[in-house]
Design a protein around this ligand. Sequence first.
Ligand code: AQP
Length: 330
Amino acid sequence: MKKGKVFSGVQPSGALTIGNYIGALRNFVGLQDEFDCYYCIVDLHAITVPQIPKNLRKRTLDVLALYIASGIDPEKSTLFIQSHVPAHSELSWVLSTITYMGQLNRMTQYKEKAKKSEENLNAGLFTYPVLMASDILLYQADFVPVGDDQKQHLELARDLAERFNNRYSETFKVPEPLISEFGARIMSLQNPESKMSKSDDDENAYILLLDDSDTINRKIKRAVTDSIGEIRYCDEQPGLKNLLNIYSVFSNEDVESLVKKYDGIGYGKFKEDLSEVVIEGLKPIQEKYLQLTNSKDYLEDVYKKGAEKAAYVSGKTLRKVYKKIGFIPK
Ligand code: AQP
Protein backbone atom coordinates (compact mmCIF):
# COMPACT_ATOMS: atom_id res chain seq x y z
CA MET A 1 0.00 0.00 0.00
CA LYS A 2 1.18 3.50 -0.82
CA LYS A 3 2.32 5.49 2.21
CA GLY A 4 0.64 8.78 3.08
CA LYS A 5 2.72 11.92 2.71
CA VAL A 6 3.97 14.38 5.28
CA PHE A 7 5.49 17.80 4.61
CA SER A 8 6.94 20.32 7.03
CA GLY A 9 9.65 22.95 7.14
CA VAL A 10 11.74 25.10 9.41
CA GLN A 11 13.11 28.55 8.63
CA PRO A 12 16.87 29.10 8.93
CA SER A 13 16.05 32.53 10.35
CA GLY A 14 18.06 31.99 13.52
CA ALA A 15 19.52 29.23 15.62
CA LEU A 16 16.81 26.70 16.51
CA THR A 17 15.16 26.85 19.92
CA ILE A 18 13.73 24.10 22.09
CA GLY A 19 10.36 25.52 20.95
CA ASN A 20 11.15 24.49 17.37
CA TYR A 21 12.31 21.13 18.65
CA ILE A 22 9.32 20.40 20.88
CA GLY A 23 6.68 21.80 18.51
CA ALA A 24 8.15 20.44 15.30
CA LEU A 25 11.41 18.50 14.97
CA ARG A 26 10.82 15.84 17.59
CA ASN A 27 7.43 15.06 16.04
CA PHE A 28 8.98 14.74 12.58
CA VAL A 29 11.09 11.84 13.77
CA GLY A 30 8.19 9.62 14.79
CA LEU A 31 6.47 9.94 11.42
CA GLN A 32 9.28 8.62 9.27
CA ASP A 33 8.34 4.95 9.28
CA GLU A 34 4.67 5.34 8.64
CA PHE A 35 4.81 8.15 6.06
CA ASP A 36 6.72 9.35 3.06
CA CYS A 37 8.16 12.50 4.70
CA TYR A 38 9.49 15.69 3.10
CA TYR A 39 11.30 17.98 5.50
CA CYS A 40 12.42 21.26 4.07
CA ILE A 41 14.69 24.08 5.18
CA VAL A 42 12.63 27.05 4.08
CA ASP A 43 15.25 29.63 3.17
CA LEU A 44 12.89 31.52 0.84
CA HIS A 45 10.68 32.17 3.86
CA ALA A 46 13.64 33.26 5.98
CA ILE A 47 14.45 36.25 3.76
CA THR A 48 11.13 37.89 4.60
CA VAL A 49 13.14 39.38 7.44
CA PRO A 50 16.60 40.79 6.70
CA GLN A 51 19.35 38.16 6.84
CA ILE A 52 23.12 38.47 6.70
CA PRO A 53 24.08 36.22 3.74
CA LYS A 54 27.00 34.55 5.54
CA ASN A 55 24.78 33.74 8.53
CA LEU A 56 21.95 32.50 6.35
CA ARG A 57 24.32 30.05 4.64
CA LYS A 58 25.55 28.75 7.96
CA ARG A 59 22.11 28.49 9.52
CA THR A 60 20.71 26.64 6.54
CA LEU A 61 23.32 23.91 6.96
CA ASP A 62 22.82 24.04 10.74
CA VAL A 63 19.13 23.30 10.36
CA LEU A 64 19.96 20.37 8.10
CA ALA A 65 22.48 19.06 10.63
CA LEU A 66 19.97 19.54 13.46
CA TYR A 67 17.27 17.69 11.54
CA ILE A 68 19.59 14.72 11.28
CA ALA A 69 20.96 15.12 14.81
CA SER A 70 17.40 15.08 16.17
CA GLY A 71 16.83 11.69 14.59
CA ILE A 72 15.57 12.34 11.08
CA ASP A 73 17.09 9.72 8.82
CA PRO A 74 17.90 10.95 5.28
CA GLU A 75 17.54 7.36 4.07
CA LYS A 76 13.89 7.41 5.14
CA SER A 77 12.89 11.07 4.75
CA THR A 78 13.59 13.56 1.97
CA LEU A 79 15.59 16.49 3.36
CA PHE A 80 16.08 19.47 1.10
CA ILE A 81 16.57 23.22 0.81
CA GLN A 82 13.58 25.16 -0.48
CA SER A 83 15.50 27.45 -2.87
CA HIS A 84 16.89 24.37 -4.64
CA VAL A 85 13.43 23.49 -5.89
CA PRO A 86 12.05 26.30 -8.09
CA ALA A 87 8.53 24.83 -8.15
CA HIS A 88 7.93 26.37 -4.70
CA SER A 89 8.22 29.92 -6.02
CA GLU A 90 6.41 29.05 -9.23
CA LEU A 91 3.35 27.56 -7.57
CA SER A 92 3.35 30.40 -5.07
CA TRP A 93 2.74 32.88 -7.89
CA VAL A 94 -0.17 30.85 -9.21
CA LEU A 95 -1.74 30.49 -5.77
CA SER A 96 -1.31 34.19 -5.04
CA THR A 97 -3.75 34.87 -7.87
CA ILE A 98 -6.49 32.96 -6.06
CA THR A 99 -5.71 34.29 -2.56
CA TYR A 100 -7.81 37.15 -1.23
CA MET A 101 -6.06 40.13 0.32
CA GLY A 102 -8.54 39.95 3.20
CA GLN A 103 -7.38 36.44 4.06
CA LEU A 104 -3.75 37.51 4.28
CA ASN A 105 -4.69 40.61 6.24
CA ARG A 106 -6.13 38.43 8.96
CA MET A 107 -2.96 36.41 9.54
CA THR A 108 -1.80 36.82 13.13
CA GLN A 109 1.83 36.10 12.35
CA TYR A 110 1.85 38.84 9.71
CA LYS A 111 0.29 41.31 12.10
CA GLU A 112 2.84 40.48 14.79
CA LYS A 113 5.83 40.56 12.47
CA ALA A 114 4.59 43.76 10.82
CA LYS A 115 4.59 45.43 14.23
CA LYS A 116 8.19 44.37 14.79
CA SER A 117 9.49 45.39 11.38
CA GLU A 118 7.72 48.59 10.49
CA GLU A 119 10.63 49.88 8.44
CA ASN A 120 10.86 46.58 6.54
CA LEU A 121 7.23 45.88 5.86
CA ASN A 122 7.93 43.99 2.66
CA ALA A 123 5.40 42.21 0.47
CA GLY A 124 7.06 38.86 1.16
CA LEU A 125 6.05 39.05 4.80
CA PHE A 126 2.48 39.51 3.64
CA THR A 127 2.46 36.69 1.06
CA TYR A 128 4.45 34.30 3.28
CA PRO A 129 1.40 32.03 3.87
CA VAL A 130 0.88 31.61 0.12
CA LEU A 131 4.43 30.32 -0.28
CA MET A 132 3.82 28.02 2.66
CA ALA A 133 0.66 26.70 1.02
CA SER A 134 2.70 25.99 -2.12
CA ASP A 135 5.33 24.11 -0.12
CA ILE A 136 2.69 21.81 1.26
CA LEU A 137 0.42 21.36 -1.75
CA LEU A 138 3.27 20.59 -4.18
CA TYR A 139 3.92 17.32 -2.35
CA GLN A 140 0.25 16.37 -2.06
CA ALA A 141 0.85 16.13 1.68
CA ASP A 142 -1.78 14.36 3.76
CA PHE A 143 -0.39 15.70 7.02
CA VAL A 144 1.63 18.71 8.15
CA PRO A 145 3.22 18.46 11.60
CA VAL A 146 3.58 21.99 12.97
CA GLY A 147 3.42 23.95 16.18
CA ASP A 148 0.20 25.62 17.15
CA ASP A 149 1.35 29.00 15.75
CA GLN A 150 1.12 27.66 12.19
CA LYS A 151 -2.50 26.51 12.43
CA GLN A 152 -3.89 29.59 10.72
CA HIS A 153 -1.42 29.30 7.83
CA LEU A 154 -2.41 25.70 7.38
CA GLU A 155 -6.06 26.67 7.20
CA LEU A 156 -5.16 28.92 4.28
CA ALA A 157 -3.35 26.08 2.53
CA ARG A 158 -6.47 23.93 2.89
CA ASP A 159 -8.65 26.73 1.65
CA LEU A 160 -6.48 27.38 -1.42
CA ALA A 161 -6.38 23.67 -2.26
CA GLU A 162 -10.17 23.50 -2.13
CA ARG A 163 -10.60 26.70 -4.12
CA PHE A 164 -8.26 25.51 -6.86
CA ASN A 165 -9.88 22.07 -6.95
CA ASN A 166 -13.35 23.60 -7.24
CA ARG A 167 -12.29 25.96 -9.96
CA TYR A 168 -10.20 23.61 -12.12
CA SER A 169 -11.10 20.07 -10.96
CA GLU A 170 -9.42 17.83 -8.39
CA THR A 171 -5.70 18.65 -8.29
CA PHE A 172 -4.47 19.05 -4.74
CA LYS A 173 -4.78 16.87 -1.70
CA VAL A 174 -6.34 18.93 1.11
CA PRO A 175 -3.80 18.60 3.97
CA GLU A 176 -4.55 18.06 7.65
CA PRO A 177 -2.54 19.70 10.41
CA LEU A 178 -0.81 17.43 12.90
CA ILE A 179 -0.49 19.44 16.07
CA SER A 180 0.52 17.48 19.12
CA GLU A 181 -1.70 18.05 22.10
CA PHE A 182 1.26 18.63 24.29
CA GLY A 183 4.07 21.15 23.76
CA ALA A 184 2.52 22.70 20.66
CA ARG A 185 3.29 26.17 22.00
CA ILE A 186 6.37 26.63 24.14
CA MET A 187 6.39 30.12 25.57
CA SER A 188 9.12 32.71 26.00
CA LEU A 189 11.06 32.32 29.25
CA GLN A 190 10.89 36.06 29.75
CA ASN A 191 7.30 36.65 28.77
CA PRO A 192 5.13 33.55 29.13
CA GLU A 193 2.31 35.31 27.28
CA SER A 194 4.19 35.17 23.98
CA LYS A 195 5.68 32.16 22.23
CA MET A 196 9.34 31.26 22.30
CA SER A 197 10.82 32.53 19.05
CA LYS A 198 14.28 32.16 17.60
CA SER A 199 14.24 35.77 16.39
CA ASP A 200 13.42 37.24 19.81
CA ASP A 201 15.68 40.20 20.60
CA ASP A 202 16.10 39.00 24.17
CA GLU A 203 18.34 35.95 24.23
CA ASN A 204 17.11 35.03 27.71
CA ALA A 205 13.68 34.38 26.18
CA TYR A 206 14.74 31.14 24.53
CA ILE A 207 16.95 28.10 24.95
CA LEU A 208 18.79 27.12 21.81
CA LEU A 209 19.36 23.51 20.87
CA LEU A 210 23.05 24.33 20.82
CA ASP A 211 23.26 26.30 24.08
CA ASP A 212 25.98 25.04 26.44
CA SER A 213 25.19 23.93 29.97
CA ASP A 214 26.18 27.21 31.66
CA THR A 215 23.94 29.16 29.32
CA ILE A 216 21.02 26.79 29.90
CA ASN A 217 21.50 27.04 33.67
CA ARG A 218 21.58 30.81 33.51
CA LYS A 219 18.54 31.16 31.24
CA ILE A 220 16.43 28.80 33.34
CA LYS A 221 17.50 30.53 36.53
CA ARG A 222 16.35 33.83 35.04
CA ALA A 223 13.10 32.44 33.67
CA VAL A 224 10.10 34.45 34.81
CA THR A 225 7.82 32.69 37.32
CA ASP A 226 5.61 34.33 39.96
CA SER A 227 5.46 35.18 43.63
CA ILE A 228 3.01 32.40 44.58
CA GLY A 229 5.86 30.09 45.49
CA GLU A 230 4.03 26.79 44.92
CA ILE A 231 4.58 24.41 42.02
CA ARG A 232 1.22 24.07 40.31
CA TYR A 233 0.13 23.63 36.72
CA CYS A 234 -2.40 26.35 36.07
CA ASP A 235 -3.08 29.40 33.92
CA GLU A 236 -2.53 31.75 36.86
CA GLN A 237 1.12 30.66 36.84
CA PRO A 238 1.93 30.76 33.11
CA GLY A 239 5.71 30.90 33.57
CA LEU A 240 5.70 27.80 35.73
CA LYS A 241 3.25 26.04 33.46
CA ASN A 242 5.62 26.55 30.56
CA LEU A 243 8.60 25.26 32.56
CA LEU A 244 6.61 22.20 33.61
CA ASN A 245 5.78 21.52 29.96
CA ILE A 246 9.44 21.72 29.04
CA TYR A 247 10.40 19.52 31.99
CA SER A 248 7.82 16.94 31.01
CA VAL A 249 9.03 16.72 27.40
CA PHE A 250 12.68 16.30 28.29
CA SER A 251 12.12 13.92 31.21
CA ASN A 252 9.26 11.89 29.72
CA GLU A 253 7.44 12.28 33.05
CA ASP A 254 3.88 13.54 32.96
CA VAL A 255 3.10 16.94 34.42
CA GLU A 256 0.93 15.50 37.16
CA SER A 257 3.79 13.41 38.58
CA LEU A 258 6.10 16.39 38.38
CA VAL A 259 3.69 18.56 40.34
CA LYS A 260 3.51 15.83 43.00
CA LYS A 261 7.27 15.40 43.03
CA TYR A 262 7.83 19.11 43.68
CA ASP A 263 5.06 19.54 46.22
CA GLY A 264 6.42 21.79 48.96
CA ILE A 265 9.73 22.28 47.16
CA GLY A 266 10.79 25.74 46.06
CA TYR A 267 11.31 27.11 42.56
CA GLY A 268 15.09 27.13 43.00
CA LYS A 269 15.44 23.35 43.26
CA PHE A 270 12.84 22.82 40.53
CA LYS A 271 14.77 25.07 38.15
CA GLU A 272 18.06 23.36 39.01
CA ASP A 273 16.59 19.96 38.15
CA LEU A 274 14.94 21.30 35.02
CA SER A 275 18.29 22.63 33.81
CA GLU A 276 19.84 19.24 34.32
CA VAL A 277 17.07 17.46 32.44
CA VAL A 278 17.29 19.87 29.50
CA ILE A 279 21.10 19.70 29.37
CA GLU A 280 21.00 15.88 29.39
CA GLY A 281 18.22 15.81 26.80
CA LEU A 282 20.09 18.05 24.41
CA LYS A 283 23.46 16.34 24.84
CA PRO A 284 23.02 13.58 22.23
CA ILE A 285 21.66 16.09 19.71
CA GLN A 286 24.59 18.44 20.28
CA GLU A 287 27.12 15.61 19.98
CA LYS A 288 25.63 14.36 16.72
CA TYR A 289 25.42 17.94 15.41
CA LEU A 290 29.13 18.44 16.07
CA GLN A 291 30.00 15.28 14.16
CA LEU A 292 27.84 16.36 11.25
CA THR A 293 29.25 19.86 10.95
CA ASN A 294 32.61 18.19 10.37
CA SER A 295 31.11 16.17 7.52
CA LYS A 296 30.29 18.89 4.99
CA ASP A 297 30.44 16.42 2.08
CA TYR A 298 27.86 14.22 3.70
CA LEU A 299 25.49 17.14 4.28
CA GLU A 300 25.96 18.24 0.67
CA ASP A 301 25.17 14.75 -0.52
CA VAL A 302 21.98 14.70 1.58
CA TYR A 303 20.62 18.04 0.35
CA LYS A 304 21.51 17.35 -3.28
CA LYS A 305 19.78 13.97 -3.30
CA GLY A 306 16.87 15.50 -1.40
CA ALA A 307 16.47 18.30 -3.95
CA GLU A 308 16.48 15.82 -6.81
CA LYS A 309 13.64 13.81 -5.34
CA ALA A 310 11.72 16.91 -4.24
CA ALA A 311 12.07 18.46 -7.71
CA TYR A 312 10.73 15.30 -9.31
CA VAL A 313 7.67 15.06 -7.05
CA SER A 314 6.85 18.77 -7.03
CA GLY A 315 7.45 19.06 -10.79
CA LYS A 316 4.65 16.58 -11.41
CA THR A 317 2.19 18.67 -9.41
CA LEU A 318 3.30 21.92 -11.01
CA ARG A 319 2.89 20.53 -14.54
CA LYS A 320 -0.61 19.44 -13.67
CA VAL A 321 -1.42 22.90 -12.31
CA TYR A 322 0.00 24.69 -15.35
CA LYS A 323 -1.98 22.47 -17.67
CA LYS A 324 -5.24 23.02 -15.81
CA ILE A 325 -4.95 26.79 -15.75
CA GLY A 326 -4.33 26.90 -19.50
CA PHE A 327 -0.56 27.33 -19.84
CA ILE A 328 0.90 25.68 -22.96
CA PRO A 329 3.18 22.74 -22.05
CA LYS A 330 6.87 23.14 -22.94
N1 AQP B 1 7.43 28.29 20.66
C1 AQP B 1 7.10 27.27 19.89
N2 AQP B 1 6.45 26.20 20.40
C2 AQP B 1 6.11 25.14 19.63
N3 AQP B 1 6.40 25.08 18.31
C3 AQP B 1 7.04 26.12 17.75
N4 AQP B 1 7.49 26.36 16.50
C4 AQP B 1 8.09 27.56 16.46
N5 AQP B 1 8.07 28.12 17.68
C5 AQP B 1 7.43 27.25 18.50
C6 AQP B 1 7.33 25.44 15.39
O1 AQP B 1 8.59 25.25 14.79
C7 AQP B 1 8.43 25.02 13.41
C8 AQP B 1 9.38 25.83 12.63
O2 AQP B 1 9.08 27.17 12.77
P1 AQP B 1 9.62 28.20 11.71
O3 AQP B 1 11.07 28.29 11.79
O4 AQP B 1 9.13 27.85 10.37
O5 AQP B 1 8.93 29.55 12.05
P2 AQP B 1 8.18 30.09 13.26
O6 AQP B 1 6.98 29.30 13.56
O7 AQP B 1 7.97 31.54 12.99
O8 AQP B 1 9.25 29.87 14.42
P3 AQP B 1 10.07 30.93 15.23
O9 AQP B 1 11.05 30.21 16.09
O10 AQP B 1 9.13 31.87 15.92
O11 AQP B 1 10.87 31.67 14.10
P4 AQP B 1 10.98 33.20 13.78
O12 AQP B 1 11.37 33.84 15.07
O13 AQP B 1 12.04 33.28 12.74
O14 AQP B 1 9.65 33.64 13.27
C9 AQP B 1 6.97 25.32 13.08
O15 AQP B 1 6.27 24.09 12.94
C10 AQP B 1 6.48 26.05 14.28
O16 AQP B 1 5.12 25.84 14.51
